[in-house]
Ligand binder design. Sequence first.
Ligand code: FES
Ligand code: FES
Length: 441
Amino acid sequence: MTQLSDRVGETRRSDAAARDDVKAPQRTVAPREKVAAGELVDIAMTVNGTDVTVSVPARMHLADVLREHLGLTGTHLGCEHGVCGMCTVLVDGDAARACLLFAVQCEGAEIVTVEGLGAPDDQHPLQQAFSAHHGLQCGFCTPGMLMSSYDLLANGPQGTKVDPADLPEEMSGVICRCTGYRGILDAVADVAAEHPEGLPGPRNCAARTLVGRGGGHSTATPGEEAAASAVAGPALPQEVRMPGGAPSATVEVTSALSAPVEKVWAVLDDFDQLARCLPGAELVEVLADDRYRGRAKIALGPVKLSFEGLAQVIERDPADHRMRVLAQGADTGGSATQADIRLRAEAAPGGGTVLKADAALFLSGRIAQFGRALAGDVSRRLFEQFGEAVDQTATTGTAPDVSAGPSPVKIAMGAALDAIKRGAARARVRIQEAIRTRRAR
Ligand code: FES
Ligand code: FES
């Protein structure tokens, strides 16, 4: 048996001078059985308000778990020696260097990363101030600067009443390679002055919402809860859960189908037929409460992912031909995806159907490296192929064979085409702006 009772926060304030007298938070972690070097350990913690359980080697540090297993790549790694401060996150409310913490030390801890500080459309005052004061150049140090300054203003001895003259020393624990310190310090001083009563808390931390049978609240036992909340690793959830915060990507696809709306709805309303129309998907088991267990595979160039997961129809309106499906899956490589999908079939003039698919996608792990634009492009291609398959099934009564999944070449070409279109649209806007500016002179 080993006893882990370690300091989990190396720096509460980020200044190098404070390291000597730092009052690091103390956490006592329940004893664990000794594990072999390559053996995986289950660790349950709360990250940005969401309960997660990861299965990782005991020697893996928190920053790697956040980045590689949870897809939270906002936590940067510079030195991995506790020197540069890039990896600063909050552990149980205090700043800590995630490269100096083993993830197993964080069992039961509440972690907040820069993603939890604010959302793109609801930024924390610190994020707004960094932008207003040009407090970043390449941006590599920005997550560390933000989390460190958050800790300083929220937990420092003077809080937001910190003397601006002390900021250079207080903030010296995070190193900016671009040396853009002036804007950073101005931003922190501004936020401190604007919030004399205390710094507002993180804005993008939310518990997952349990949907379906739970009616919005978890009914699972703690053990089931842990299994259901896993977002990394291949463990299959019992309920579909959606994370809080902004999705990784959103897509809207409208397809014109030749089949009449009633026949299209008949395909959508039959989950077995619907699954046959999803490229690469396979229905494995029909469960109670409109829940379905299945597999899906996707290949993009050399990246091949195979998901096992759960889908749940949470709204089905035959009169309006609309339905809403939540899906959640994970692959053995640590990728996880969740999707909130709305399908609607509308009668089109001439007897055909307009099929609309809207999806909000939440990606983590290796799949998150696709990036927002590419994930959106790939999903768009999938829904386009889905529309074609639904049309064929509704027209002929037989689903085409899409079990092999979407063609990687077709996806890549489609994605490239979309990227070219986006680039051309951006160039058009820039040219129009330049013309407007010239005319205004
Ligand atoms: S990466 Fe953690 S302190 Fe440098
Ligand atoms: S802005 Fe580039 S490292 Fe700080």
